[in-house]
Design a protein around this ligand. Structure first.
Ligand SMILES: [Zn+2]
Length: 55
């Protein structure tokens, strides 16, 4: 399973460690709590380096 990161369109917080495959691109921002949908998921694949850092 791939981890992704995505920028919240409301508060611009970068949310990391998202399982967008499971949620069909939806995620809840961990700063403002709003739900967003990532449209261009390919751009947001989390590099292994960052994934390890936040694991
Ligand atoms: Zn947010």
């Amino acid at each position: 399973m791939k981890l992704y990161f995505a920028e919240c369109p409301y508060c611009f917080k970068i949310n990391v460690g998202l399982y967008l495959d499971e949620t069909d691109g939806n995620f809840e921002c961990d700063r403002c709590g709003r739900e967003s949908k990532v449209l261009q998921r390919e751009k947001f694949i989390l590099p292994k380096m960052i994934a390890g850092k936040h694991a």
